[in-house]
Design a protein around this ligand. Sequence first.
Ligand SMILES: O=C(O)CCC(=O)C(=O)O
Ligand SMILES: [Fe+2]
Length: 267
Amino acid sequence: MLPDIAKEKRNQLIKEGYCVIDNVLSEEFLRELREESDRMLDAIDHPPEWKYQGSDLHVRGQDEPVIEKLINWQPATDALESLGLGDFTSHGGFIILSKPAGGPPLYWHQDWMKWNDPISCAPWPQYIFLSYYLVDTSIENGCLQIIPGTHLKRIPLHERIVAAHAEGGYYVSEDDPDMFCEHPDAVDLPVKAGSLVIAEGRVLHAARANQSSKRRTLLLGWHERPVTIPNNWNGHVPEEIINRDPDVTYDPTRNPGLHLKSETDSS
Ligand SMILES: O=C(O)CCC(=O)C(=O)O
Ligand SMILES: [Fe+2]
């Protein structure tokens, strides 16, 4: 990747909470991933809780060679390195999120579970998801949507939505006006199959309904870096992080608390 492009993508990830890198998977590997994910999806029951995500099948690299190959896919490792994200490591698996033909939208949510920890204030990425859509996505078949900047800034929608997935999202009704709102600041992110979408775990995101006649499968893998100030970070370091006690255990929570500031907060 050209250094200027890498810098632009990195800045977009830092400021807006996402970026897209095209042509990361080869056609041949894409075919293999489609076949293998179809095989895994077709071999299991889909419980009702999966309605909004389509499926939520967690597959470890140690159990499926194709997933291990995806974790170690060199063009993706190279892309992370170029973006200054070389200190991230995979959680060891990918999640298969497959929206069937006619599947409903996924509600607005964020996926960071450590809001009690002052590291939540990090102006740099700490916790990211790498997403590969196995078909081209569009507004019609369930592309991703993001509200840029919401990983660092609280907006009124944060107060109106319930926590994602098992913590609440599973049980919302399909006509919930906040969880499924058309937000004025939302952007649709249609991508080509095989592109790599890198996004912040803290950013508000959702997915459109699949109104096409084909399954829309996504492979999503969580990646995390150590709780330290990155070596390549030259920007501001929040007081909360400088004063963070590394010996404290912070209870997990999906609810952004004091560490997500609104624009009117003083710090
Ligand atoms: O289906 C998508 O595009 C996004 C899935 C997602 O964000 C999730 O399951 O947490
Ligand atoms: Fe998510």
